[in-house]
Design a binder for this molecule. Structure first.
Ligand code: TRP
Length: 471
């Protein structure tokens, strides 16, 4: 038995606060901005089903594993992995997991902050009444106009990055902890209001159909008509990889964010129970967002596959048309910014905790250093939607933003998650994991062990290698 560690960065004040902070990290742009647009791009129902299966069979067991490693190590992911490697006398290469996470978090934050900046700009736009009575075309033109001005997009990105640095500098357990307590439930209620509005639209059932009726052929077979006029269809694993990657992204898994939050978790709290609460809240928010957005898409004859602008081109139409829309619209984008804020801080917390531990840096300096680096890289994403959007600036048909998103969500997070599962399932001793999970060798532990040792790693490996063309 190793001695129990404690974190030098302090602890969450209660089990409930841990769950709130983790929900704050999980619920963000991933649920409200990304989930609807990738669902639209990937044909709807069948994609959503694969995503839900990934959440249940991969997300849940790996979240338990990641929290478990964090609470056992009680340090930044880099040092946690180092200590656990020593405890288990494992190969030192496992420590790379911590490093990979720090880099992934930094890459994600760079574009996350830009999109959060869009949401921030839209708070003011909504408040100014710009959406009142506007048509779908006007709303789309407003969004295009907004994106085409790099300096203003850059300014919003800068403001959001400063907000993130301020909270991380003060310690994640400070101010935001309290804000999240009532802002998250408020966001949830507002999404219900939006779904209520969507129900009043003629296309509500069409929207639900799109979201929940799986049509596997449409999603997984791409058909082309050849020169000879023959239709040729072939299977594509790509939507599965996007669904898998998004399961990691939306739950904040695979890069140490949940691990570092787990390292501040009180010793007596149940990891499994916390995980179920976090996953349930995160999934509910994503599905509600989809239920609000797709009816608006179909009742206005818009394109479901519109891409990253989808929520900015749909929800304002609803706010422009509904009673009290100016108020609800402002509030909605404000709450979205808060949701993004409480997620963004978890993206640099692993790096900041590490700089404090190993380099004796002050939290403030560490937060500023990481924030400024991510801000600089973020300029690439700012320009991906205007000056550098042309084909001559693309690689494999992808802009800088697309590349960063693909590399992080579809490659680095699944790989990180795979190694977290393997470490918790195969390297860590059963006595250590049982002890940390506060479980006996009963059904619960056996199920988790089966999932984390065999099922999740196999599924991740199959989807991953299939999509990159190896199997
Ligand atoms: N889960 C957040 C969202 O859905 C984003 C996020 C925060 C994240 N921390 C993370 C994604 C760590 C991956 C890894 O908006």
């Amino acid at each position: 038995m190793t001695e129990k560690r404690s974190s030098i960065h302090g602890q969450w004040s209660s089990r409930f606060i841990f769950i709130l902070a983790a929900v704050g990290s999980a619920v963000g742009l991933g649920n409200i901005w990304k989930f609807p647009y990738i669902t639209g791009e990937n044909g709807g129902g069948a994609f959503v089903l694969v995503y839900l299966v990934c959440i249940a069979l991969i997300g849940v067991p790996i979240m338990i594993a990641e929290i478990l490693l964090g609470r056992r190590g009680r340090q930044s992911p880099i040092n946690t992995m180092r200590s656990l490697v020593q405890d288990e006398q494992a190969h030192p290469a496992w420590s790379l997991l911590g490093w990979g996470g720090v880099i992934t978090g930094f890459l994600i934050l760079s574009y996350y902050s830009v999109i959060a900046g869009w949401a921030l700009a839209y708070v003011f736009r909504a408040a100014s009444g710009a959406f009142n009575g506007a048509t779908a075309e006007t709303i789309a033109a407003q969004f295009d106009g907004f994106l085409s001005a790099p300096l203003s997009v850059l300014a919003w990105h800068s403001i959001f990055m400063v907000m993130t640095m301020v909270v991380v500098a003060r310690g994640v357990r400070g101010g935001l902890e309290k804000a999240v307590t009532f802002l998250m439930p408020a966001l949830f209620v507002l999404l219900l209001v939006l779904v209520g509005y969507a129900m009043s639209l003629g296309a509500f059932s069409e929207g639900l159909d799109f979201l929940f009726s799986p049509n596997f052929e449409k999603v997984f077979y791409h058909c082309e008509v050849t020169a000879a006029g023959v239709e040729q269809c072939r299977f594509t694993g790509e939507p599965m990889l996007v669904a898998l990657g998004h399961a990691f992204f939306t739950l904040s898994l695979g890069m140490g964010a949940i691990m570092v939050y787990g390292s501040y978790m009180p010793a007596n709290a149940s990891i499994a129970r916390a995980t179920f609460a976090i996953v349930a809240a995160d999934t509910a928010v994503a599905l509600l967002a989809g239920m609000a957005i797709f009816p608006i898409v179909f009742s206005n004859g818009l394109e479901a596959a519109a891409g990253p602008g989808l929520i900015f081109q749909t929800l304002p139409i609803a706010f422009g048309a509904m009673p009290g829309g100016q108020f609800f619209g402002t509030l909605f984008f404000l709450l979205l910014v808060f949701a993004a804020w409480s997620s963004a801080i978890s993206l640099i917390e692993p790096a900041v905790a590490w700089l404090v531990e190993n380099h004796g840096m002050k939290r403030v300096s560490a937060a500023v250093l990481m924030g400024v680096l991510a801000w600089i890289l973020g300029i690439g994403t700012v320009l991906s939607f205007n000056l550098l959007s042309g084909e001559e600036f693309q690689l494999f048909g992808k802009t800088i933003f697309d590349l960063l998103d693909y590399l992080t969500a579809n490659i680095l997070l699944p790989l990180g998650g795979l190694f977290i599962a393997l470490f918790a399932g195969w390297i860590m001793s059963r006595s250590a994991s049982m002890d940390e999970l506060r479980m006996r060798d009963g059904m619960g532990y056996k199920t988790w062990s089966l999932l984390v040792r065999y099922i999740s790693p196999l599924l991740v490996a199959i989807v991953f290698f299939n999509a990159i063309g190896i199997i």
